[in-house]
Design a protein around this ligand. Structure first.
Ligand code: FE2
Ligand code: FE2
Length: 192
C-alpha cells in the first residue's frame, strides 16, 4: 500500500474541523509559515514541514487536558502517516509527551513553537504592531522580563536552539522572517 501524503488542504480542513478559536488558528498559521521558511532555508520538503506545523496543536482547543495524546488518534483516523504523527507529538517533548525531537524537522518545530508566541506578543507592543519592521532585538530585550508573555517558556526555546545547534538570535530572526510571510493572515501586518 502506498503511503498517504497529507496535502495542505487536508491539514487546513482537519485544523478547522477541530479548531475555531481565532488566536489558535493564527498560531497554527504562524508555525506553518516558519516551518515552511525553515524548510526552504535548509533545502527540505516545504510541504511536509508546513503541513506538520499547521496541525501540530490540532487537539489543543477541544482536548486541552489530552494535548499531544488526542492528536495521534485524530490523525491516525484520517490516515496520516506515522512520520507526521510522531513529529506532531514531539513538539510537546517534556511538556505533554515523552517523544524526543530527533529529525531536523522535529527539532525545528520544537524550537520555534513557543518562539512564535513571544514574537507575536513583542510585535503587538510595538508602535507599528507589526512583524514587518521588527528585528530580533525587540524579542531579545524582553527575554529576561518574566512578566512579559509570561506563558512563553523561554527554557524550551533555548533548549530547542541548543538541540538544533543554532544561535538563539539567528533562530529569532528566522522566526520573524517566516512570520512576515503571513503577517496579514496572523494579524501582524500593523496598522500601516
Ligand atoms: Fe502544543
Ligand atoms: Fe503550538
Amino acid at each position: 500500500m502506498e503511503t498517504h501524503i497529507p496535502t495542505r488542504q487536508e491539514a487546513f480542513d482537519i485544523l478547522n474541523r477541530y479548531n475555531s478559536n481565532e488566536s489558535l488558528i493564527r498560531h497554527a498559521l504562524a508555525v506553518e509559515a516558519v516551518m515552511r521558511y525553515m524548510a526552504r532555508k535548509n533545502g527540505e520538503d516545504e510541504e511536509k514541514w508546513g503541513v506538520i506545523g499547521l496541525v501540530h496543536d490540532l487537539d489543543y482547543e477541544r482536548f486541552p487536558e489530552e494535548h499531544c495524546r488526542k492528536s495521534p488518534e485524530l490523525l491516525r483516523e484520517a490516515g496520516w502517516p506515522d512520520e507526521y504523527i510522531r513529529a506532531v507529538v514531539s513538539h510537546g517533548w517534556g511538556l505533554c509527551s515523552d517523544v524526543e525531537p530527533v529529525s531536523v524537522l522535529e527539532k525545528t518545530l520544537y524550537a520555534i513553537d513557543e518562539l512564535t508566541g513571544l514574537v507575536t506578543t513583542a510585535a503587538l507592543v510595538r508602535p507599528s504592531k507589526s512583524v514587518l519592521d521588527m528585528e530580533a532585538g525587540s524579542v531579545k530585550r524582553k527575554w529576561k522580563d518574566k512578566r512579559f508573555a509570561a506563558g512563553v517558556n523561554r527554557e524550551v526555546i533555548e533548549k530547542g536552539a541548543a538541540i538544533l545547534g543554532v544561535d538563539l538570535t539567528q533562530l529569532i530572526t528566522d522566526t520573524i522572517l517566516g512570520m512576515r510571510t503571513v503577517a496579514r493572515e496572523i494579524g501582524l501586518e500593523g496598522t500601516g
